[in-house]
Design a protein around this ligand. Sequence first.
Ligand code: FES
Length: 184
Amino acid sequence: MKKKSKKNKIKTSRRDFIKMLIGISGVGLLGSFLATFKSVFPALTKKELGESPVFVYAEDFLEVAKKGEEAKVEHFKTGDAAKVLYKGDLVMLLKLDSKKIRVKQGVDQGFIAYSSICTHLSCIPYYRKDLDKIYCPCHDGIFDPYDGAKVIAGPPPEPLPHYPVKIQEDGTIIGSEPIKEVRV
Ligand code: FES
């Protein structure tokens, strides 16, 4: 009887040991699965960015920053434009000549941000340096980046929503919810 229970004990501890091994390898597999998943689908979902007001690059920005990094003042020269995310919204962040900007609020050191979703049929407009304007390629919509993304040409019915910009002490650039434009 004694012998049997010793055997059982050994069996049980073997089983526990195997269970533990399976558990460890399961955790390992899950970890490597998540790592692979993250590399294929980088952490740029609304859920993950939902709480932070910091603009995060939606794609690699020139040679200076990688997709997913926080936008910083030092990354920009005047005339640069980056695709960023604000709490999951696709936004264009521009560094313009502050003397030319004609909006009163939501601008900091020449940085200004507008929605990257066209108010016509939701195409993705972008800043064209050659025109010094925001251009929507779908139907040639043109917006004035210095004047609250006011529509200059084409069918868009309204300006692009304006996301106020604020520069933090460490140079990171944060946004807030879109505002109604106040022009100078
Ligand atoms: Fe932008 Fe039509 S979708 S101009």
